[in-house]
Design a protein around this ligand. Structure first.
Ligand code: ATP
Length: 781
């Protein structure tokens, strides 16, 4: 038998044998689990029989409690072990389907034994628990699979580097427990395998890339040294995929000290949350907490303000032009800048001398502390005493004074009135708390007096409690007014004219007065406020993943580092996909913007076919550095059409074409929500399964998605139609990035429909890279 056939046969048999072995393990495990389950049911049923309940004497009650506790612990331990076994079972069921995806043969330096290392999503030991039949992809030894081609290779262990020779690197395609393909590969993990994976249709849920992680992605996944790891990766380069694999890796690597609930993924929109929700469970790990930054900010401020969402801000930006008499654009840019951050910090220092605004403290409509009194106490401290320390001292002073006032209020009529209104239960509660002995020693009338004074104190305490709580939270500081005062200063900010500053100041103060917080003010205000009243730090969080990091402002990043002081951070983004106006000038991903970081660049794009990547990279700066993955496909098509009617006709034509290709996920990407709404209405007259995606959409199914570009971030579709890609829609620099983001959502096919003349960015693309049609009228079929 030729060597190749012999190899195939051996590998085929191994997969089969492992399958039997797993099958057997599953059977035994299921039997054991059934036994435990039976026991748990038994314990639950007999719970009370096995507990001695005796409450007559104190000793008996204590014994009963101990007996109950013991029984409950016993039960929960059984339940826990049943849960662990269920996890084990799930892992085995997954392994049965696809036990492994790769193999390397490695001979350690100084040894003559060639070890065969089979790599899968989780590990499997042989019967005697001596040898690994399958190594987890995250095990140190498995890293060589991703990092080396056959030849000298090494991997890191806690005891140092292990060097040797890798003799073989092989990949497998195993479906439903049967070997169907096998390739021996070089450094880039099987182009052939990647071709297969990337050629597949899009899915409503992102999949794991564990079998085909690329060397440069592996660096991100296994990075353990940086406090801040910054990944600048081009569109479709696998940033999100690598980030999620990284989470799985870290959970494995630090399994003794790190759990899923100590990590947070900040994602760009709610739809993205559900899109990536399957990756970690597929890797046998629990999902980590996911949220959008807006969600966090809104929760903090919603009781006092209506907070504009970032998407609403984008819509405003689209409707403004640079030449408008008053444009919010300069305000957005300014308020997200490093300069403004420094200015806020300086202002906070200035406040140590003067300017802090306080609120009168009232109790039952009476002012008990005036703002002037509070300001006086606050400013009695020397300059070097911090704001927070002063506020703590002022709060202590108020609380002490409140205790004195309470003694006075007890004697007031309203207290007696309220005592009368107490209901029976409350009264009983109070009586129960009064010590029996004291009451027994007293005459009846004395007892009544005592009860009344006790009740009065209770009423006062209860009424004062909310006030005390507020004081402890420093609610007597008027943070809103103090922040607004910043806009009374006359010095215009960097990049602003005097006039611009005045307009910006007026606009800001008016919004604050109406309790409307624009997105550009939300984080600066929150930051300012927390610098005064203190950040609610969450020290339990050990790792933050910031996806689409290019969209975060300096303020937002600073804020996150303050609330998660113990956290490492992985920031992933693409400067060319910035969709927020502020990112044009201050982008946290530009080199040097964040100190003490490690930067990794991903230049290879995997999502789209080569013709799509060649087209899209042509309209961004340094686009020629983007490396397309060698996957063939159609050139993008650009239609330039005379009017809406012809454009709509072409749109139908295009969708039909995509449907004929059986694309499960088709997207019509618009610039604004209004455009998306209109198109969705139109299309739903002709097609079923049209889904309009808005900022509330949490999940999406197969079908035709009509979606504004800013909600399509991070997601991909088989076929994309950009509607409409005309000159007036995509004109300025921000719109360049937005068009790039829209086009790079396409995996297999991309069409741009422009009504009137096409965008100048498309004109920059060499005509050889796309098909172009200009249609003046529709010819009858
Ligand atoms: N090593 C890989 N093996 C298989 N598929 C990969 C690999 N890397 C990336 N991909 C695929 O490429 C596509 C893009 O990946 P992903 O969404 O992670 O990229 P991204 O850099 O976050 O993209 P964008 O910034 O454009 O949203 C996904 O379908 C992903 O599965």
């Amino acid at each position: 038998m030729p060597k190749q056939d012999q190899d195939w046969q051996e590998e085929y048999n191994r997969v089969e044998e492992i399958g039997f072995y797993i099958e057997d393990k599953i059977k035994r495990l299921k039997k054991y689990m059934a036994l435990i389950k039976e026991r748990v049911i038994g314990i639950r049923k007999d719970f009370w029989d096995d507990v001695t309940v005796n409450l007559t004497e104190l000793d008996d009650a204590i014994e009963t409690q101990a007996s109950l506790k013991q029984q409950a612990e016993f039960l929960s331990e059984r339940e826990r072990s049943h849960g662990q076994l269920a996890n084990e079972l799930n892992k085995l069921l997954d392994l049965k389907e696809k036990p492994y995806f790769g193999r390397i043969d490695f001979t350690e330096k100084g040894s003559s034994e060639r070890e065969q290392i089979y790599i899968g999503t989780s590990s499997l030991m042989d019967q005697n628990e001596d040898d690994f039949l399958i190594y987890d992809w995250r095990a140190p030894i498995s890293s060589m699979y991703y990092d080396y081609s056959p030849g000298p290779a090494s991997y890191q262990t806690i005891d140092g580097d292990i060097e040797g020779e890798m003799e073989l690197k092989r990949q497998y395609v195993i479906k439903q427990g049967e070997l169907t393909g096998m390739f021996d590969t070089g450094l880039t993990i099987g182009d052939q395998m990647l071709q297969n994976v990337l050629g597949q249709f899009a899915s409503s849920k992102m999949g794991s890339i564990v079998a085909t992680i690329q060397q440069e992605q592996n660096k991100i996944i296994r990075n353990e040294t940086s406090k801040f790891l910054v990944v600048q990766g081009v569109a479709g380069s696998g940033k999100t995929s690598a980030a999620l694999q990284r989470v799985a890796y870290l959970l494995y690597r630090y399994r003794e000290t790190l759990t899923a609930d100590q990590m947070i993924l900040f994602s760009p929109n709610p739809l993205f949350n559900s899109y990536v929700s399957r990756v970690l469970p597929d890797l046998g790990e629990q999902n980590i907490k996911q949220m959008t930054f807006y969600h966090y900010v809104e929760q903090q401020l919603r009781s006092r303000f209506t907070v504009e969402s970032p998407f609403e801000q984008i819509e405003v930006v689209f409707s403004e032009t640079e030449t408008d008499t008053w444009s919010r654009l300069s305000g957005i840019r300014y308020k997200s800048s490093e300069h403004f951050l420094n200015r806020v910090d300086t202002y906070l220092k200035e406040l140590l001398n003067d300017g802090f605004q306080f609120r009168n403290i009232r109790f039952r409509d009476q002012i008990i502390f005036t703002k002037d009194e509070l300001a006086k106490s606050f400013y009695q401290f020397p300059e070097h005493v911090s704001i927070q320390l002063r506020l703590e001292k002022v709060a202590e002073m108020i609380l002490e004074k409140l205790t004195q006032l309470e003694r006075k209020w007890v004697k007031e009529d309203w207290v007696e009135d309220e005592v009368e209104l107490l209901d029976k239960e409350e009264l009983q509660d109070v009586f129960a708390k009064m010590e029996n002995q004291v009451r027994e020693q007293l005459e009846d009338y004395q007892q009544a007096d005592l009860e009344l004074s006790y009740l009065k104190r209770k009423v006062v305490k209860r009424r004062v409690k909310p006030l005390r709580d507020k004081i402890k939270q420093f609610a007597f500081v008027n943070t809103k007014r103090t922040y607004m005062q910043l806009f009374d200063q006359t010095d215009p900010g960097q990049g602003l004219t005097e006039q611009d500053w005045l307009k910006l100041a007026r606009f800001t103060k008016e919004s604050f007065k109406a309790n409307n917080l624009t997105w550009e003010d939300a984080t600066p205000f929150l930051y300012f406020e927390k610098m005064i009243v203190g950040f609610e730090e969450n020290r339990a969080i050990k790792h933050i993943i910031l996806d689409e990091a290019q969209d975060y402002s300096t303020f937002q990043l600073r804020y996150l580092t303050y609330i998660y002081p113990n956290s490492r951070m992985t920031l992933l983004g693409d400067v060319n996909q910035a969709i927020y106006y502020h990112s044009l000038t201050d982008n946290i991903l530009t080199e040097g913007a964040i100190e003490k970081t490690e930067q990794i660049k991903l230049m290879r794009s995997y999502r789209s076919t080569q013709p799509i990547v060649e087209f899209t990279r042509a309209f961004i700066e340094d686009g020629n550095q983007i490396e397309p993955f060698n996957r063939d496909g159609n050139r993008p098509i650009v239609y330039e059409l005379d009017n809406d009617t012809i454009a709509e006709y072409k749109l139908y034509d295009c969708i039909d074409n995509y449907l004929n290709r059986k694309y499960p996920h088709i997207a019509v990407i618009t610039k604004t929500m209004d455009e998306a709404r209109e198109l969705a209405e139109l299309l739903s007259k002709s097609y079923e399964q049209v889904q309009l995606i808005d900022q509330e959409t949490h999940t999406f199914k197969e079908g035709i998605h009509v979606i504004p570009v800013y909600l399509a971030k991070g997601i991909e579709f088989d076929g994309v139609i950009v509607y409409d890609a005309s000159a007036h829609q995509y004109l300025n620099e921000l719109e360049r990035y937005i068009l790039y983001t829209a086009c790079t959502r396409a995996m297999h096919d991309l069409t741009l429909i422009a009504i009137g003349g096409m965008s100048r960015f498309i004109k920059e693309v060499p005509t050889s890279l796309y098909e172009f049609y200009r249609v003046h009228e529709i010819s009858p079929e």
